[in-house]
Write a protein that binds this ligand. Structure first.
Ligand SMILES: CC(C)(COP(=O)(O)OP(=O)(O)OC[C@H]1O[C@@H](n2cnc3c(N)ncnc32)[C@H](O)[C@@H]1OP(=O)(O)O)[C@@H](O)C(=O)NCCC(=O)NCCS
Length: 173
């Protein structure tokens, strides 16, 4: 659906479920989340991603390396299911397998997804949020031109630090 120099961003397929479950089970990839996902939890997320596309016409896209055809994770758009002062909104999000980190893949994909959001979907604003400690994710936000807006407490995460407090960045089209 969306091509970048090194990646194809496309809808999830059933063959992605296994490599997706592997990266969701990796404690390093999931270190800023409450826990890694089980196979069932990972499959449920794929079901949600596919349903999101059917309902909204956009979703978190499977990222495939064009050189190896390997599925390496997701980058894309989602409507958060929780309520806070800035919802409803559309967020941009990313999660890649550790072997593919720090090679600029998330940034390359996110730039293309932002372009798609503003040019093709005519969205007016995209937000992204993460815990302050998630420096790689914050760096991607910075690199794609997002601006820090405010901190908030994520209503779906436990009270105790360090996971509930989030920073929100945004980018206007
Ligand atoms: C966040 C994530 C998608 C970034 O993917 P990526 O392809 O590695 O991102 P990029 O290579 O485009 O950019 C990463 C940047 O973070 C920087 N970085 C990586 N680790 C860092 C650290 N510990 N401290 C500071 N900066 C760090 C890299 O140097 C790079 O910046 P640079 O280009 O200025 O050198 C990836 O780390 C990931 O999947 N993390 C786990 C899932 C996750 O946390 N998702 C976000 C939830 S909100």
């Amino acid at each position: 659906m969306i091509e970048t120099p090194r990646l194809l961003l496309r809808l999830f397929r059933d063959q992605d479920r296994e490599p997706f479950a592997r990266l969701n089970a990796d404690p390093h990839v999931m270190r800023y989340f409450p826990a890694p996902l089980t196979r069932a939890g990972s499959d449920a997320m794929v079901d949600k991603i596919q349903a999101h596309y059917r309902t909204h016409g956009f979703t978190l896209y499977a990222a495939e390396r064009r050189d190896t055809n390997e599925f390496i994770g997701f980058v894309g758009l989602a409507i958060p299911g929780f309520e806070t002062h800035f919802t409803p909104c559309v967020e941009i999000g990313w999660r890649l397998a550790a072997a593919h980190h720090n090679q600029g893949f998330a940034t390359e994909a996110a730039r293309a997804v932002l372009h798609h959001a503003f040019q093709n979907l005519a969205l007016r604003e995209i937000v992204s949020f993460t815990v302050p400690a998630n420096l790689p994710s914050r760096r991607v936000m910075e690199k794609i031109g997002m601006h820090f807006d405010s901190e908030f407490d994520h209503p779906r995460l436990p009270e105790s630090p360090p996971l509930r407090r989030h920073g929100r960045d945004r980018n206007a089209g």
